[in-house]
Design a binder for this molecule. Structure first.
Ligand SMILES: Cc1cc2nc3c(=O)[nH]c(=O)nc-3n(C[C@H](O)[C@H](O)[C@H](O)COP(=O)(O)OP(=O)(O)OC[C@H]3O[C@@H](n4cnc5c(N)ncnc54)[C@H](O)[C@@H]3O)c2cc1C
Length: 522
């Protein structure tokens, strides 16, 4: 049942039993091997636990799963790597240096934003180039753009540096930060903050699309997400040689180096609870694993609805989970071409004719629209080894409504893919139809069926103010002791900086393994 894939170097069941035998360390079980789960495992390993990561799929990574197909390497999800210090910290905790394992390259421009009329904007981390681009597009908005960046920095200092790894375990923690949130105008939306500072309609789009990368509608999401502009400016946008999967492999290596294990094809069916505390898990095949602490990296709504029995839940009842708002989903098409498109940047945002109305269809009306705005990823711009010689690897993603749209994706996927292909061929990739040599898609149905995401949402709970911080499912479960949550559906939220920060919070809320050993001996 346990398949060891050469590239994933994970542990099978027999090896796992050997590892566990005679190991006196308290045992931590982590459900799911997304970046939140892998980071949690490294942190718990560094704090004295024997860690077992249980992953339902046949390889680790979650949304960052790697597909290898016809000589092409496709990272399934995250491709914009920012705040690399959050990864470096994990290597340091394991006594290693990240640079020994990961060859991280800066990406420039960060994004090329292409408008429907063909005009484009080169979005970079260089202050002078950015001001020049703003001046070219909207001369009257240069000063407003500077003010927007100042606001972004102020939000970053509080929203990321001070609150990003706060557990928000009680209402009073929330009350303490309210004055800061009011001062920073967190009650505004991302769009409203951009409109306060700049007038040009296209520049407003350039300054607001980033919240979509973490599942937030800029017209509804709190302006706290404007911190992304400063985060990217400060730390850059990067891509590792070998693809995002090299971070997954690197983290699995750190866990194994700490004497932990990552078991694939190990789907958790239940979190076991004994006298009000998590005491282990039961796998889908009936195997029980005892644990001193359990960390769920599975989608928070799914964790509560499907893994923790209703009698143990007071706050996250089925009704409340159903009533909550969920992020949009994504349609992702991975494809390889037998030619290279040298003029196409690593990251392109290809905007359609509508912005606000399209997002209204996706987030509010839950309608699958005929037009779209796309993000095109061309990793071979930075690392040609991800495709055979002379070829390009791509993925294109289109934000779409989650499964409440009622779309039958089995019937719709190919028609939708063809429409995207046509658009790319017209706007960016001439001759695309004849150049495609490999192809696969990921639909909202796959987010639900393959990744256990409630309603097929690509980023978990929607990041609106009323579902942020204390209002989100807590990192230290409100329902049972010794259960913890990491990943996109808990605080602070989706995106790699978010899920790595959620794991960082464990250091504040999970007891050090020594404390459990002492208690056991007392
Ligand atoms: C297409 C796409 C592009 C993105 N691009 C970017 C980007 O460029 N930059 C960025 O910062 N962010 C990006 N994001 C967001 C980012 O990828 C995610 O927020 C983040 O990777 C989620 O990590 P996670 O820790 O929540 O776990 P996930 O990746 O969601 O992993 C959860 C894991 O739990 C496993 N699991 C679920 N149920 C069980 C169970 N019962 N038993 C065992 N295992 C289980 C799943 O199989 C999965 O492996 C992107 C997301 C997507 C989908």
């Amino acid at each position: 049942m346990f398949i060891v894939r050469p590239e994933s170097s994970t542990t099978d069941r027999a090896d796992h039993a050997d590892l566990a035998a005679g190991d006196p360390r308290p045992h931590a079980v982590v459900i799911g091997s997304g970046f939140g789960g892998l980071a949690a495992a490294v942190r718990l390993g560094a704090r004295g636990y024997r860690v077992t990561v249980l992953e339902a799929l046949d390889a680790p990574g979650g949304r960052a799963y790697v597909h290898r197909q016809d000589g092409f390497v496709f990272d399934a999800g995250p491709t914009v790597i920012t705040a690399p210090f959050l990864f470096e910290e994990l290597w340091a905790l394991a006594g290693k240096r990240m640079s020994d394992d990961i060859d991280l390259r800066p990406v420039a421009p960060f994004y090329r934003v292409v408008f429907d009329d063909g005009e484009h904007f080169e979005y970079t981390g260089d202050a002078a180039s950015m001001r020049a681009e703003v001046r070219r597009l909207a001369p009257a908005d240069v000063e407003g753009y500077d003010r927007f960046l100042e606001a972004s920095e102020a939000i970053y200092r509080v929203g990321f540096e001070e609150l990003g790894d706060e557990p928000f375990a009680s209402w009073t923690d929330m009350a303490k930060v309210l004055p800061d949130l009011v001062r920073l105008e967190a009650y505004r939306t991302v769009w409203s903050l951009a409109c306060k500072h700049v007038k040009d309609a296209r520049l407003r789009v350039v300054l607001t699309f980033q919240s979509l990368l973490v599942g937030g509608n800029p017209f509804a999401t709190t302006s706290v997400y404007c911190l992304i502009a400063f985060l990217e400016r400060q730390w850059g946008v990067h891509f590792p040689i070998g693809g995002t999967g090299s971070f997954v492999r690197g983290l699995v290596g750190l866990i194994e180096g700490q004497g932990g294990a990552v078991r694939c094809n190990a789907k958790v069916a239940r979190i076991n609870v004994t006298r009000g505390a998590a005491s282990g898990v039961r796998l889908a095949d009936g195997e029980n694993l005892a644990a001193d602490v359990v960390v769920s990296n599975c989608d928070s709504a799914w964790t509560y609805k499907h893994l923790l029995a209703p009698e143990h839940r007071k706050r996250w009842t089925d009704k409340r989970i159903e009533r909550a708002r969920y992020s949009m989903s994504l349609f992702v098409w991975y494809f390889g071409t037998d030619r290279r498109y040298e003029d196409v940047a690593h990251h392109t945002i290809l905007l359609g004719p509508r912005y606000r109305e399209l997002l209204g269809d996706i987030f509010d009306r839950k309608l699958l629209a005929e037009d779209f705005s796309l993000y095109l990823h061309r990793p071979t711009a930075t690392d040609p080894s991800l495709a055979p010689a002379g070829c390009d690897a791509f993925y294109v993603l289109s934000p779409v409504p989650h499964l409440d749209s009622g779309t039958d994706w089995h019937a719709t996927a190919e028609v939708y893919r063809q429409a995207i292909q046509q658009r790319l061929e017209e706007k960016l990739l001439p001759g695309l139809g004849d150049a495609i040599v490999t192809s696969r898609v990921l639909t909202p149905q796959d987010f639900q069926d393959r990744l256990s995401s409630f309603k097929g949402a690509a980023f978990g709970l929607e990041p609106v103010l009323t579902q942020s911080a204390w209002f989100r499912p807590h990192n230290q479960s409100e329902e049972v002791d010794r259960l913890y949550l990491v990943g996109a559906g808990t605080h602070p939220g989706a995106g790699l900086p978010g899920v790595l920060s959620s794991a960082r919070i464990l250091d504040k809320v999970v007891p050090h393994a020594d404390q459990l050993v002492k208690k056991g001996n007392a």
